[in-house]
Design a binder for this molecule. Structure first.
Ligand code: 5GP
Length: 214
């Protein structure tokens, strides 16, 4: 009876380079039947190896702005000069199927989603310290030093908002971070708000059972 619970919604944010993308990819590959990862739209140009429809839906400014007007996004935000947004359809469809949906998005967008869905889980991924973050951004080799510095400055601003999140994941050891994240999301399945159908069913079941006992 309990298996009928609705899929949960988790939002994972973190400083650029904190390793949130790696954690999310591991969750989806380790538990393909449990998780669905939302694919965002962006006006940022693809990085080497990124594919349209897999990493992002890459689009021009005009197309993105027309989708904003048509209310096709759950949320959208600007980040270091580009638009990023979460398309509605996929997220709702997967939650209805009972999948735990993960949005990997920046802080403004995350707080917007939390306003609309107070029962969503907000996780913030951080490295243990600034030096580690800088080294990871350099190691990634995908951005110029200017862009890296923009992202470090943006991280300083984002740090003010961490307290709005439900939990932090200090990403020192990747395996530990994946395990903690999975455990936290799993706990969400037991929230009363995600089990409205079960609550109605158990009440009816008890009532019917007592009638049958008479
Ligand atoms: P990147 O350019 O490194 O792929 O992403 C930059 C930032 O945008 C990251 O913090 C990422 O989580 C965030 N982001 C990706 N997709 C979305 C989205 O749909 N909405 C919002 N608000 N942020 C997003």
């Amino acid at each position: 009876m309990w298996s009928k619970h609705k899929g949960t919604l988790t939002i994972i944010s973190g400083f650029s380079g904190a390793g949130k993308g790696t954690i999310v990819k591991r969750l989806v590959s380790d538990y393909p039947d449990v998780y669905a990862l939302s694919i965002s739209a962006t006006t940022r140009k693809p990085r080497k190896g990124e594919r349209h429809g897999i990493d992002y839906f890459f689009m021009e400014h005009d197309e993105f702005e027309s989708k904003i007007r048509e209310k096709e996004f759950i949320e959208y935000a600007q980040y270091v000069g580009n638009y990023y947004g979460t398309p509605k359809g996929y997220v709702y469809e997967k939650m209805d199927e009972g999948k735990d949906v993960i949005l990997e998005i920046e802080v403004q967008g995350a707080l917007n989603v939390k306003k609309q869905y107070p029962d969503s889980l907000l996780l913030f991924v951080t490295p243990p310290d600034a030096k580690t973050l800088h080294n990871r951004l350099i190691g990634r080799g995908t951005e110029t030093e200017d862009v890296i510095m923009d992202r470090m400055r943006r991280a300083t601003e984002e740090a003010d908002l961490i307290a709005n999140y439900d939990y932090i994941i200090v990403n020192d050891d990747l395996n530990d971070s994946v395990r903690f994240t999975h455990e936290l999301i799993n706990m969400q399945r037991y929230k009363t708000a995600n089990n409205n159908n079960f609550i109605i069913d158990i009440k009816n079941n008890l009532t019917d059972y007592l009638k049958g006992e008479k």
